[in-house]
Design a protein around this ligand. Sequence first.
Ligand code: G6P
Length: 612
Amino acid sequence: MCGIVGAIACRQVQGILLEGLKRLEYRGYDSAGMATLDDQSALARRRAVGKVAALEAELARAPLSGRCGIAHTRWATHGRPTVENAHPHFSNGRLAVVHNGIIENFEPLRVELEADGYRFSSETDTEVIAHLIDREFSRLGDLFAAVERVIARLDGAYAIAVMHRDQGERIIGARKGSPLVVGVGIDEIFLASDPLALLQVTDRFIYLHEGDVVQLCRGGALEIHDRTGQPVERAVVTYEHGDGAASKGRFRHFMQKEIFEQSEVIAATLEGRLASDHALSRAFGATAEELFERIEAIHIVACGTSYHAGMVARYWLEKLAGIPTQVEVASEYRYREVVVPRNTLFVTLSQSGETADTLAALRHAQGRGDYLGSLAICNVAGSSLVRESQLSLLTLAGPEIGVASTKAFTTQLTALMLLALSLRRVRQGDDPVAAGLIEALRGLPRVIARTLKLDATIERLASAFGEKQHALFLGRGTQFPIALEGALKLKEISYIHAEAYPAGELKHGPLALVDGDMPVVAVAPNDELLEKLKSNLQEVRTRGGQLFVFADEASGIRESEGVTVIALPAVDELLAPIVYTLPLQLLAYHVAVLRGTDVDQPRNLAKSVTVE
Ligand code: G6P
């Protein structure tokens, strides 16, 4: 994932920008670059393929002078990771641009600019932005106005930072679909795609809104225009998250903290990957679009919680994209004579990207030579799985410390929904169903935040499980894998034996176990299977089982003797698996706390299983 840092400071900016890039390294990237304007208004840049350390070595050899500059880490989408494709991109040696995101209409724009005499020196979509702004600047003589004019012509998602030799020490930033923050210093001003990049110089930030364009000038002056071009004031907020991932902050356990981060990290996983009414296929890699057109089948392979994400994705991929999908645990996949239909994409899902079984399955699949290609959906940039797969999409859950996976799972689901929507679009173009889902996805972080407010209710519920030996989880359709995940969470951290069944299977065996000592948890969003699920629940009730039903506010399931109903916010049926995971995570967490187990490091389990 790309990163942006910019600075207009009272001191030389090379060190500030370099430190900013290092702080963004966790997001994953394959090249890096920096440009500065020196005191004589000369524009210069350095770029390097690979780690920020390679850029640092280049800068040690040939330092950049100047108190105004922009820098970037690039994750290749248009064109390979080469020095020529690395940012900043220049236009006519006088304008520099760094860009996060994807410009979908770059091809016609490139043709137009070439006809106008612009020569391209990279394969990127970004260079189009550089030349467009350069041309507009020549007409208007004002960089702020030129950027505003140009962004109106860009389709897709972006955050950009721009400097021009003839505009003195000035940086223009703009965002749509990708984050950008202004860091406010003392007589100094900064810009970055993530506040983390700037914590070494300030803790005061202005979070730019969607469509905002900002002009930063020497002395810390700034001006912001909203999406309609009107000047606006945006609040300066003090950053209070402390040093993030490594500390538990106000939480008692990492797992609890990670459960509560889900609204934020789902928003991060969506950032820069959604256009107004569709998901951006390019987010999966430079060759994704071309490959997606040929997919006729999908095999998903993963372990543990990641495997459950794959099970949900099967419903989505078949329903939304009409692609036959198989899901298998990695340790089984390798030892089976798998039949690979023509044009099958091999997908791995993993938080760590280092799970031995998943990695071995990928190598096995690649060794066969008959898959169309491979895609890794993973939370760790630069992990083996990402490096060895043809395509990849990073979930931006941030480091997950608790052994029991939580935020990695819901961000995997978010990424898999983007995959299903991208593949649907390849097959049938834009349509209202997809547009509705995109809208619902945008609202998802808010629904997640509302759902987390159930924490106290669920904590009270936990006492009903504290003394039990067993629990049963039921779901139907996409909620069956969520029931599996709920049962897995409970057994991992509270050591209560828990099993999950598709609700329709209850009568074929597990019903024999149901009595007053067996709590039964059902996940029942208001989808087409609800009526059927209601009768399954009756089967439990008549055997004296204690029922705990997580249901949509509008489901019509009522509380009664032995039936506790926990109402969840209304959510699009297809996104319900993401939302319904949360109360089950909270339930497992509170039961484990009640039982006094080691929540973050449960016995016998490891976070990353790198042995077979
Ligand atoms: C271990 C962890 C699980 C995780 C599984 C797969 O068993 O304890 O929480 O789901 O590995 O890990 P991965 O990193 O590949 O998602």
